[in-house]
Write a protein that binds this ligand. Structure first.
Ligand SMILES: [Zn+2]
Ligand SMILES: [Zn+2]
Ligand SMILES: [Zn+2]
Length: 258
C-alpha cells in the first residue's frame, strides 16, 4: 500500500546483484532513514492511512464520534533484531569464512603477470630517481634513500628491471578488484542477510496488511498498557482475563498480538 522508498529499493537491488556489501547497504539505509524520518511522517503514509482507516474501532466498536487511528498489529521492524538473527543463523550454519591464503595467491599472480621493463637508473646507487640535464648533457641522481643525496653525475645510466608507474597503477587496480570481488561474494556477510531480511519486513509493514482501526482510548490501552476495554461496558481490564469483571461479558474476540 505504501511503496518502499526508492532508496531502499536501490539498496535491495544492489545487494541482490552483489554490487555492494552488507556493511555498505547498512550505511546507505542509515542515511536514507535519517533523511526520510519514521514512516508515519511520510506523505505516502498519510495518503494510505485514509484508505485503510475503518469507520469504527475494531476493539470497542466506537464509531464516528470517536477519533479513529490506524494501528499496526506488528512492530516497526528493527534492524538490530535482524542483525542478531543473521549473526546467530550464520554461526549455526558453519559457513566458510574468506580464504585469505587464496586471496594472497591471487595477489601474487597479479604482480607476477606484470613484466618489469628495463629502466634507466643511477650506476652508483641503482635508484630510479635520476634526472637528465640538457645543459650539462649529463644525468644526476636525486636519490635520498640513504639519508643523504646521492647526487652522482653520469653520462650513461645503468639499466635495471623495474615496474613503470603505469604498471604499478594497473597492479593496484587489479588487486583492488580481486579484493572487492571477494568481499562482495563472501558467504559470511551476515549484514547482507540482515539488511535483505529487514527490507523484506519493511515491505510487509508498509503494505499495511497488519493494521486495524482503533479509537484513541483502545489504541492507548493497547500501546501503553496490558489492558483491554470490555466490548459491552468499556471497562478496562487485563488482556489475560476472559470475562469483564464489571459486567461479566465474556471476551469472545481473543486476539493474540505479537
Ligand atoms: Zn475502541
Ligand atoms: Zn645514485
Ligand atoms: Zn463489561
Amino acid at each position: 500500500m505504501i511503496p518502499l522508498p526508492p532508496e531502499f529499493e536501490t539498496v535491495e537491488a544492489k545487494l541482490r546483484a552483489r554490487l555492494i556489501t552488507g556493511h555498505e547497504a547498512s550505511q546507505a539505509i542509515f542515511v536514507a532513514r535519517r533523511r526520510l524520518g519514521p514512516p508515519w511522517h511520510w506523505k505516502s503514509w498519510k495518503a494510505a492511512r485514509k484508505q485503510v482507516l475503518g469507520s469504527a474501532c475494531e476493539t470497542c466498536g466506537a464509531g464516528k464520534e470517536a477519533i479513529l487511528y490506524v494501528q499496526h498489529t506488528v512492530r516497526l521492524p528493527k534492524i538490530s533484531t535482524y542483525k542478531e538473527l543473521a549473526k546467530s543463523d550464520l554461526a549455526g550454519r558453519g559457513v566458510q569464512p574468506v580464504d585469505y591464503s587464496s586471496i594472497r595467491q591471487q595477489m601474487y599472480a597479479i604482480r607476477a603477470a606484470e613484466e618489469p621493463e628495463e629502466r634507466d637508473c643511477c650506476p652508483k646507487c641503482s635508484s630510479l630517481s635520476i634526472q637528465y640535464r640538457k645543459k650539462a648533457a649529463a644525468w644526476i641522481c636525486n636519490s635520498k634513500s640513504t639519508g643523504q643525496y646521492c647526487a652522482h653525475v653520469f653520462t650513461v645510466p645503468a639499466k635495471m628491471a623495474a615496474l613503470t608507474a603505469d604498471q604499478k597503477k594497473s597492479i593496484r587496480r587489479k588487486k583492488h578488484q580481486t579484493w572487492r570481488n571477494t568481499i562482495l561474494n563472501r558467504h559470511d556477510d551476515w549484514m547482507r542477510n540482515a539488511m535483505l531480511a529487514w527490507i523484506g519486513e519493511m515491505r510487509v509493514y508498509l503494505s499495511l496488511q497488519h493494521t486495524k482501526t482503533l479509537c484513541k482510548r483502545c489504541a492507548f490501552l493497547e500501546d501503553m498498557t496490558d489492558h483491554k476495554p470490555c466490548r459491552l461496558c468499556g471497562f478496562a481490564y487485563p488482556k489475560t482475563e476472559q470475562i469483564c469483571p464489571d459486567c461479566e461479558q465474556p471476551d469472545s474476540d481473543q486476539r493474540i498480538i505479537g
